[in-house]
Design a protein around this ligand. Structure first.
Ligand code: SF4
Ligand code: SF4
Length: 375
């Protein structure tokens, strides 16, 4: 709590009021059993997949295509999840982020440890995520330090955060730093977006896109790349990414006069609040069957766990952001993996930790931080 400046918390309250009704609150706030990663893993393990290929066992599915051990490739992306604080509380959130998650925020010491670790790698990209990463008090310092090291920096932005009074200069600041903005927007139509993210979200997102366009984002400048990220509104797989991009570009330009550079389409992962929604709507069994049956072996080489290391707000190390949310830490011999003890050679030898949730990444065209893998 000490790390979150009190005026920022006040600003968050203001935005909450402006945003109107939210689709949900965090599992943590509701003291839902699903706020426990262990309980989520148990719920996933309880789904009966005995009638699906390889009984829905991800490790066996990989073994069947010759991958008895699943190891990382060259480390290219250093992903830092700076915390769970967010100005929104979306229904599908796999982080269980929200305005109440003020405790889980990366402190300055951990940021410095991340930078020291980054200096030991050849990673070309730093992918900063949250929550709403911009709300972390050390966000701008982290970005500046990564840019100074010549890294390509990605900010995973929810758009509405840019309307907070203290964030209004962010589009121009991002432009100066050459940061790529990857923005989540479930749909180019108001109804679908507000249903998932809360009333008023769509209008705010359009206003934020206008500000980014004014700062030369989304107009084809490679130094100011604006990517939109979409995920389905229900228990089905992401659509055809290329087709969606065309449709979205036309729809947003015609109806709202805003542009973007590319669209990435992600599958929803059966984790956290999306897992809750699947259970409550009676879709969990069917969705898991859809994911397992749609396994696409061509996606495996492009999975983000193969070229990424994911650091949590408290400095622990994971194979990906999804494993992070399920508390499935990187497996290292005789060592609890932490950014303080970062050892790239040791990490390169690890086996990637997998589970039933991994079918979310390999279904259909596949789904990684960069969108479809086998598009
Ligand atoms: S999905 Fe993104 S914007 Fe929505 S609550 Fe989660 S972190 Fe925040
Ligand atoms: S959830 Fe996806 S990215 Fe993470 S370990 Fe599983 S397959 Fe890899």
């Amino acid at each position: 709590m000490a790390e979150v400046q009190s005026e920022w918390v006040e600003a968050l309250k203001l935005v909450d009021v402006e945003a109107g009704a939210k689709p949900t609150t965090s599992l943590y706030r509701r003291r839902s059993p699903l706020s426990s990663p262990h309980y989520q893993t148990e719920r996933l393990a309880a789904v009966n997949l005995s009638h699906t290929p390889h009984q829905g066992n991800f490790a066996e599915t990989l073994a069947n295509q010759g991958l008895k051990t699943f190891r990382p490739a060259q480390l290219e992306i250093f992903q830092i999840n700076v915390g769970k604080l967010c100005n929104m509380t979306c229904r599908h959130c796999h982080v269980d982020a929200g305005p109440d998650r003020v405790q889980e925020n990366m402190d300055r010491d951990t940021v410095e440890a991340c930078l020291r670790a980054l200096d030991q790698t050849e990673a070309h990209t730093v992918d900063i995520t949250g929550g709403a990463p911009e709300l972390n008090p050390h966000f701008r310092y982290l970005v500046e330090e990564c840019v100074a090291r010549g890294k390509h920096v990605i900010d995973r932005c929810n758009l509405t955060v840019l309307l907070l009074p203290r964030m209004r200069d962010l589009p121009e600041w991002f432009a100066e730093q050459g940061v790529e903005i990857v923005c989540s927007l479930p749909h180019y139509r108001k109804f679908n977006t507000d249903a998932q993210r809360g009333d008023g979200t769509f209008e705010k997102s359009i206003e934020a896109l206008r500000r980014l366009n004014t700062a030369d984002y989304g107009i084809g400048n490679p130094q100011r790349r604006l990517t939109l990220m979409s995920n389905p509104a229900g228990a089905f797989l992401a659509g055809n990414q290329a087709k969606m991009e065309q449709e979205w570009k036309a729809g947003l330009a015609k109806n709202h006069g805003v542009g973007f550079d590319r669209l990435i389409a992600l599958n929803n992962m059966p984790i956290s609040r999306f897992l809750e929604w699947l259970e409550q709507s009676g879709n969990l069994q069917r969705y898991m069957e859809v994911l397992v049956n749609a396994y696409n072996p061509a996606t495996v080489s492009g999975l983000m766990c193969r070229n990424t290391i994911s650091v949590s707000w408290d400095g622990r190390l994971f194979d990906c952001d999804f494993n992070q949310m399920l508390d499935l830490e990187c497996q290292l011999p005789e060592q609890q993996p932490h950014i303080r003890d970062f050892n790239p050679k040791l990490l390169a030898q690890r086996e990637i930790v997998t589970g039933t949730h991994c079918f979310g990444c390999t279904a259909g065209a596949g789904s990684s931080c960069g969108g479809a893998i086998d598009a």
